[in-house]
Each structure stands twice: as structure tokens, then as C-alpha cells.
Design a protein around this ligand. Structure first.
Ligand code: DC
Length: 224
């Protein structure tokens, strides 16, 4: 297992990915975007025309598909059977279906195993998601839980999507984010919740650099 594990959990649009990426670059650690794993399974299931209400079909997708998650130039590149789907997994249709994968214990268990294997292969890791501090790495050296108010989170997602060529309506995005928050926090398995020993950071009024600076101070305090 990696010698240094920093977990960053939080709801959609709280800044987890950008924060984890920049922090990882600053401390020369590897970076894992676990949401991308849930998205990749969802996309693979869509490509195969699976019934999202049939868990056994989704289990087969994870067991029989060749997924690749690799860091290249600071970005997590995702491949399904050799096809680069790094951008496709961000499609709003994938976002709409990901809850079926995220809600199932047997699917989560498979992804948790992959996440731990990923961490076992590197020296230092910054990993982000919903359950990294609570379930996947309960003994992490430092656990961060990011939040931000709903309007700000919707604005950030809108900017991200429009940069990738999607048409967006911020009001609708905010509603979607609120629905996803409810799904993430109310599911029975590994719901989104801060670990008891997590440090909470509200990023609403802070820049990415300020948030990363704050976490760097915590890293120094916690691991010397
Ligand atoms: O971070 P994201 O928006 O890319 O994540 C997509 C979805 O995947 C999110 O709505 C919930 C799910 N997810 C999860 O259940 N557990 C994780 N560790 C990461 C993501």
C-alpha cells in the first residue's frame, strides 16, 4: 500500500478533481479519480445496451471488460477495450445513469478492490471520490471533505461542461446537482458522508490555489 494516502471526498462540483490533481502535482504523488471509474463502468454498460436494473449484467461488465486507468501528463486517461473514453465518460447521459452503478454493493466492492490495487502500486496517492476516507482508505494519513454552496457548484460544473462543448443551463444543472447529492447521500451502501476524522473545507469563496495551500499546510502538520 502507498506510504502516503490523502483522501478527498465531497459532493459534485465541490472541487475534488482539480484540488486532488494540483495537490498531487505539488507533492509528486499519484492521483486517482474514482468517479471516473464509476463513469467508465456506466459508459461500458451503455455501449453494450445493458439493463441498468439488472445487477448481474453490470457485474459482467466489470468482470469482462478491459478497463484502463492511467495517469498521463497529470490527467487520468480512461480506456475501455483500448478506446480512449476520457472525455466520453463526462457526457451528461453517463452522469444520469451512474447512480445505478454507484448504488450496488457488489459493483462497489469490485471498484473498491481496483482502487486499493491502484494505491498498492504507488508510493504516494491523492485519491478523490465519495467514500475514499470512509470506506476505501479508513487508515489514510489525511482525509479532506470539500463542500461548496449549490449555486457555486452549479457554476463550476457549467464552466467545465461548456469548455468541453456542451450546451448548459445553470438552473437545470443546479437541480441535477441537488438530485445527485440526494442520491449520493441517501444510498444504503457507502453513502456520501464525511469521515469522522476528516477536515472539512468549504471552498465556496476560495480559489483552487488557496484550497491546495490550505491542504498542503495540513499535509505538513499530519506527516511532518
Ligand atoms: O465525481 P464524479 O461526479 O465524477 O462521480 C460520478 C458519480 O460516481 C457520483 O455521482 C457518485 C459516484 N461515485 C461514487 O459513488 N463513489 C465514488 N468514490 C466516486 C463516485
Amino acid at each position: 500500500m502507498a506510504k502516503l494516502i490523502i483522501t478527498i471526498d465531497g459532493p459534485a462540483g465541490s472541487g475534488k478533481s482539480s484540488t486532488a490533481k494540483l495537490l498531487a502535482a505539488k507533492i509528486n504523488a499519484s492521483f486517482l479519480d474514482t468517479g471516473a471509474m464509476y463513469r467508465a463502468v456506466t459508459l461500458a454498460a451503455m455501449q453494450k445496451g445493458c439493463d441498468f436494473n439488472d445487477v448481474s449484467q453490470l457485474e459482467k461488465i466489470i468482470d469482462n471488460t478491459n478497463f484502463e486507468f492511467k495517469i498521463k501528463d497529470g490527467v487520468m486517461v480512461v480506456k475501455i477495450a483500448g478506446e480512449d473514453v476520457t472525455e466520453k465518460i463526462r457526457d451528461p447521459q453517463v452522469t444520469g445513469n451512474v447512480r445505478f452503478v454507484a448504488a450496488e454493493g457488489s459493483l462497489r466492492a469490485r471498484l473498491v478492490k481496483l482502487q486499493r490495487e491502484f494505491a498498492a502500486g504507488v508510493e504516494q496517492i491523492v485519491t478523490e471520490g465519495r467514500d475514499q476516507g470512509t470506506v476505501v482508505f479508513p487508515d489514510a494519513n489525511l482525509k479532506i471533505f470539500l463542500t461548496a454552496d449549490n449555486t457555486e457548484r452549479a457554476k463550476r460544473r457549467a464552466m467545465e461542461l461548456s469548455q468541453n462543448g456542451y450546451k448548459v443551463d445553470v438552473t437545470n444543472l443546479q437541480k441535477e446537482i441537488e438530485i445527485r447529492d440526494l442520491q449520493d447521500t441517501s444510498r444504503k451502501v457507502a453513502p456520501l458522508t464525511p469521515a469522522k476524522d476528516a477536515v472539512m473545507i468549504d471552498t465556496t469563496n476560495f480559489t483552487l490555489e488557496q484550497v491546495v495551500e490550505e491542504i498542503l499546510k495540513l499535509v505538513k502538520n499530519s506527516v511532518g
